[in-house]
Every structure is written in structure tokens, then in C-alpha cells.
Design a protein around this ligand. Structure first.
Ligand code: GLU
Length: 631
């Protein structure tokens, strides 16, 4: 089931605000919260948000009750917590936290990007998702990423920092749809903490400085970006205060005028201009910065999709995720269904990890063969999520010996151990994006992953507006191929790996989780669930544990090796060797690319005790907070 959710037009807004007031009134007994006011005057009584200078140290894990928030950033988690404390629900808190992440994590998320929002409503027991994925412009040709001069694809890095890679952003429309459908607060109020944060500034940490330095050359190429993110010509020092007054102004404009101020009018025209004519300084950079295709019509026409979640059962739990256009839900689901064939809890560690690798390799083969935007491709979502299909795929796994990679994709009518050899094209990887998890006092939950694709997106800032545009369209495969589900088509959403996941136990929320990390997101989510559910780890241990990511690599055909963090290699290489599994370091220790993912998760146990868990170390550590900490 897919519902196209139209953005509110100026004409329809008044009626919807009224409906919002009525809806908020209807849930008031279950979730007391302030209803949106139809007036456009600035709200009275600003939300008090704990966001001092400097940012106070924040725990990566907190245990307690009353609501929980987890994200990669202390200020953003504090914003979400404050919304929960003030009586907002999980959706309100998720939107406010996401907006704050757009300030403090501007290279990973923000209104210039898109994402996927999964919501569990404790009252109805239903899980709903919002697909706010960026979309290819209507005028984008299928060979847009082929250089006419050479007839071959543009080098990936050149495509990233260009107008060509910019998809029509979906993040603001997602926030609006989420609040309209499931929230109790207005977008205007939920943008306030982020606006304050952008105005007062946040303390630059090592991650922010490092990400700025990693992007320095291309940020310098675009003077609007250099002006914002290289103030005084340099990356901001650790410990300094970084303000983004342009973004504060943009958020205030949207708070007052609604999302039309973004999707229509001056700001929309500015975004289209910059995409069609990238403002690069050719004196300082040889980047070609190819023009792109996004127009004001594309922006005005953008719509999020509300659709049914993916669902599999795993060890008696109900695992819900995001359906295509992301491959997250089907690939996490298929991996778990394959693992369901094995008693991992009693297996030796080496064998459990061997089976983890072999299951994700098969699920990735099938993802690459079958998953794309279902508006353009006949995606066999039901089959990919069926236990029968997973059982057939499991037949191809030798429980004692690794298979050479890439393994072929499965035939959709596979019975027994049939498989077909299909090309298993592999997508590009990077380590951007951000995820947040929220549970409120009523047991509603949100898993929300949002991104501008690469760290620093397209590197193109909308002049004086304070935010970067995404490069999401580089998630398409560049070579036009009608048989490839992820080939470029006008109006299509590029295949994602984002995997915001909610796990229910007997109809109540048990785990909420997700991570950044490109295609490694999928293996990170599977690994955390396996660590927690099968391998006896607590949730903080499951998140902190070293990671590996087997994605059916095609880089060295016939090889059997799995990219892993150095700590994973140190801990498990010997256990895995008897199964013919070898490991390769993802990157030199100490570099940010040496980490796989940056998860943010929450567990609610059967008594209602909440454990909010963020990374203790990866990406500089995140922050998990609860409303009422346990003594
Ligand atoms: N664009 C990627 C996706 O949708 C996410 C980017 C990342 O996490 O690195 O799968």
C-alpha cells in the first residue's frame, strides 16, 4: 500500500491546521500536548532547551523511564529529550531532534537531503513509514552520468560535487507529513530548538573539525560553502563556537510560512539555479561541477510516500523496516530469515559469524538484482521477505565453509536449493548520514535515518541559506541498463540502504535502531540484532561490539574476504579461519573510514525500562538520554 502524501499548499493549509487541532484534541487524553495554533504569530513561551556553551558531557547510554532519545549528537539528543519532557510524543521529538542534527551534523543531514521515517503507534499497534527519499528531476536523462566527451561514466568524485547529483529534497516534507499524521506539535514549534541552536552556536568537536578538513578542498571550490563552513578561510577549531545564522533565518522563514517557503518561491528558485549553474570558483578548483536538472517545478511537485513497512518474524519478534525505494527493509529481513534457519545462540562464535556473513552476502545478491524504486521497477518485495525464499537461499550456504564471492542472486521461484546466476552489481559506499531513535512515555516509537548522502553532500551550499544540497543521485548506478533496477530514470528515487528498524515483542516496542554507513547500514543493523537477540550481549554491548560487513563484494571475483574493523579482525579472525573466512581492514585504524556505522538504538524491556544507547566511540561517540533516569 502506497499513499502519496501531498504537501500542504497555501490554500489548503488553514483547513489542515484546523484538522490538526481536532486531531490533537482527539488524542489529548492519551497524549496531553499543546495543539498547533492556526495563528501565524510567533509562539509564546519558547521551549527551554538544554544547549549550553560549551556542550555538557553526555552519556552514550542512559537507563530509565518516561521516554528515550538516541542520536550521534549531544545537543540534538537534548533537544529531543526536552520535547518529550514537555509532553511531546515520539514523532514531535524525532522531528525536533532531526532539525537539530541539521545544525550540528550539517554534513550528514539537513533540509537539503532526504530520509526514511518509521513510526510505531502504541495505541493502534500499527507501524507506518514515510518515504522522504530524494527524487531524480523530471528532466534527468537516463545517461545523465555518462560523460558525452568520453562515452564513459563520470568519475564518481566528480559526479558527487556537481549539480547532476542533487535530488529533489524530501526532508522537510517528511517532517511536515510526520507531524500532520502522527505528531501533536506544529512544525513551527519543532523547528524552534534547532533555530536557537543555529543562532547561539554549538561547540565544535573533533568529528566536526575532521569532517570539515576532509572536505576542505571541495568546500573551497564553492565560495558559498567556504564562506559558511570555512569561516575566515579555515576549518573551525575544536572548542570554538560554530553559529549558522543563515540557517537560523531559513528555519524561521519555514516556521512562519510553512514548507511552501522551501518548495516554492524564492528559495526554490535559488536551489534550482544553483543546481543548474553550480557556483564553483574555477580559479581554485579543477572540479568540472557539471550542471544538473532540478527545476522549480520539480521542487513544487515533490511528495513523500506513506507506505506499509516491511515485516519479518525473527525468533518470535516482529521486525519492521522500510520498504523499497530503500533496500534496507528487504535486505535486513531476508538476512534475518536466512539466519532463522540456524541456532546461533548455541553455535560457536566463529560459526555464528560465518553464517552472518553468508546470509548477508545472499541478501545483497538479491538486493542488487531485484530492488529499485517500485514506481519504476517490479520489486518482488513479498518474495524477498518470505521465509520460503530465505529457506531456499539458505540451502546454498555450507554451514562449515565460506562461498567464493560474489554469490549469485536467487531465482524468485527458487524451490529447494535452486539459484540463478545474475549479475550482482555493487553500489558505491561512503560513511555519511545520521540516525535517531525515539520512544515516548506512551510506548510510541520512531526510527528515522536521514542523509545528504556523502559527508558534505554535493558540497554546494545554497547562498546565504545555511544548508548543503544532497548528492543522493549518485546512489543510482551510472551506466544506463534497463535490466538494472537501480538505473537512472527521470522522477525515480535512487535505491537506498537506509534501514530504520523497529522490533516489537507481543505488540509492544522492544528495539528501535538504525545507523549511517551506506550499504554497511544493512549489515550493521543485522549484526546489532544478532548480537543482542542471539549472542547474549546487552544492547550497549551489541552496539559497541566490533563490526564487519559482508556485502557480496564483486571487487575481487572468487575471493572470500569480508571488510571489517580492526578490532573485529583482532577478536575474531582466528575463530573465522576454520570456516574459510578471511577479513580485510576497512581502512587504517584511526581514520574515520576505519569505522563501520554510527548506530543509535533504544531497548524497552518487558517492564517498560528504557535503555537509550548511542555509540561510545565511533564518530566521536553519541548520546542516549532518558526522561527519568533510573536510580
Ligand atoms: N545514500 C545512502 C543510502 O541511501 C546513505 C549514505 C550513507 O549512509 O553513507 O543508502
Amino acid at each position: 500500500m502506497v499513499n502519496v502524501v501531498r504537501r500542504r499548499s497555501a490554500l489548503r493549509r488553514a483547513a489542515l491546521v484546523l484538522a490538526g487541532v481536532l486531531a490533537a484534541g482527539a488524542v489529548a487524553t492519551a497524549a496531553p500536548a499543546s495543539a498547533s495554533s492556526p495563528s501565524l504569530t510567533p509562539p509564546q513561551g519558547a521551549m527551554t532547551v538544554a544547549m549550553g556553551r560549551p556542550t555538557p558531557p553526555a552519556p552514550s547510554t542512559s537507563v530509565g523511564t518516561g521516554g528515550a532519545v538516541s542520536s550521534v549528537d549531544a545537543s540534538a539528543s537534548a533537544v529531543g529529550l526536552e520535547v518529550l519532557r514537555d509532553g511531546g510524543n515520539a514523532v514531535d521529538a524525532a522531528v525536533a531532534t532531526a532539525a537539530a542534527l541539521g545544525v550540528t551534523e550539517p554534513y550528514s543531514a539537513g533540509i537539503g537531503g532526504g530520509g526514511y521515517f518509521v513510526y510505531f503507534d502504541a495505541t493502534t499497534g500499527e507501524v507506518t513509514t514515510i518515504d522522504g527519499r530524494e527524487t531524480a528531476p523530471a528532466g534527468m536523462p537516463t545517461d545523465a552520468f555518462i560523460d558525452p566527451a568520453t562515452g564513459t561514466p563520470y568519475p564518481f568524485a566528480n559526479a558527487v560535487s556537481s549539480g547532476l547529483s542533487v535530488g529533489v529534497p524530501g526532508t522537510l516534507a517528511t517532517w511536515e507529513a510526520a507531524l500532520d499524521r502522527f505528531g501533536t506539535e506544529s512544525l513551527r514549534d519543532m523547528l524552534k530548538p534547532a533555530t536557537l541552536l543555529a543562532t547561539r552556536g554549538f561547540t565544535v568537536d573533533e568529528t566536526f573539525r575532521k569532517q570539515t578538513l576532509d572536505n576542505e578542498a571541495r568546500f573551497r571550490a564553492f565560495p558559498d560553502t567556504a564562506e559558511l563552513f570555512l569561516p575566515g578561510g579555515e576549518a573551525p577549531e575544536v572548542g570554538s563556537i560554530f553559529k549558522n545564522l543563515d540557517l537560523a533565518r531559513t528555519l524561521r522563514l519555514i516556521a512562519l510560512r510553512g514548507t511552501d517557503a522551501f518548495y516554492e518561491g524564492e528559495l526554490a528558485a535559488e536551489m534550482a539555479d544553483i543546481v543548474q549553474e553550480p557556483r564553483i570558483d574555477r580559479a581554485v578548483s579543477s572540479l568540472p561541477a557539471m550542471p544538473g536538472f532540478m527545476t522549480t517545478d520539480d521542487l513544487a511537485a515533490y511528495e513523500v510516500l506513506e507506505q506499509a513497512p516491511t515485516h519479518v518474524e525473527y525468533r518470535g519478534l516482529d521486525v519492521y523496516g522500510i520498504a523499497p525505494s530503500s533496500s534496507g527493509g528487504t535486505t535486513v529481513g531476508e538476512s534475518l530469515n536466512i539466519l532463522e534457519n540456524h541456532d546461533l545462540a548455541s553455535a560457536e562464535t566463529g560459526q555464528a559469524l560465518h553464517l552472518f556473513f553468508e546470509s548477508t552476502a545472499r541478501a545483497f545478491a538479491d538486493r542488487n538484482a531485484y530492488v529499485g524504486d517500485p514506481a519504476f521497477v517490479d520489486v518482488p518485495t513479498e518474495i524477498l521477505l518470505s521465509q520460503d525464499f530465505a529457506d531456499a537461499r539458505n540451502c546454498t550456504i555450507n554451514p562449515l565453509q565460506a562461498s567464493p564471492k560474489p554469490v549469485p542472486a536467487g531465482a524468485l521461484d527458487a524451490a529447494g536449493c535452486d539459484a540463478v546466476a545474475l549479475d550482482a552489481a555493487e553500489g558505491a559506499e561512503n560513511l555519511s548520514t545520521t540516525h535517531l531513535s525515539v520512544v515516548d512515555q506512551w510506548g510510541n516509537a520512531v526510527a528515522y535515518t536521514l542523509t545528504i548522502e556523502s559527508t558534505g553532500g554535493s558540497a554546494m551550499t545554497v547562498p546565504d541559506r545555511g544548508f548543503l544540497l544532497n548528492n543522493e543521485l549518485t546512489d543510482f548506478n551510472f551506466v544506463p541498463n534497463p535490466a538494472d533496477p537501480n538505473t537512472v530514470e527521470p522522477g525515480k528515487r535512487p535505491r537506498s540502504s537506509m534501514s530504520p528498524t523497529i522490533v516489537l515483542d507481543g505488540g509492544e516496542v522492544r528495539y528501535v535502531l538504525g545507523s549511517p554507513g551506506g550499504a554497511t547500514i544493512i549489515t550493521t543493523v543485522v549484526q546489532i540484532l544478532m548480537n543482542r537477540i542471539d549472542l547474549g550481549m546487552t544492547l550497549p554491548e551489541a552496539v559497541a561490539a566490533p563490526r564487519a560487513s559482508q556485502r557480496n563484494s564483486t571487487t575481487t571475483p572468487g575471493a572470500i574476504t569480508t571488510p571489517a574493523e580492526a578490532a573485529f579482525i583482532a577478536a575474531y579472525a582466528d575463530d573465522l579461519a576454520p570456516y574459510g573466512q578471511s577479513l580485510t581492514a576497512v581502512a587504517a585504524p584511526g581514520t574515520s573510514a576505519s569505522e563501520i556505522g554510527a548506530a543509535a538504538a533504544i531497548e524497552v524491556d518487558a517492564s517498560g525500562l528504557m535503555t537509550a544507547v548511542a555509540e561510545p566511540v565511533r564518530r566521536g561517540g553519541g548520546t542516549g538520554l532518558v526522561v527519568e533516569p533510573a536510580p
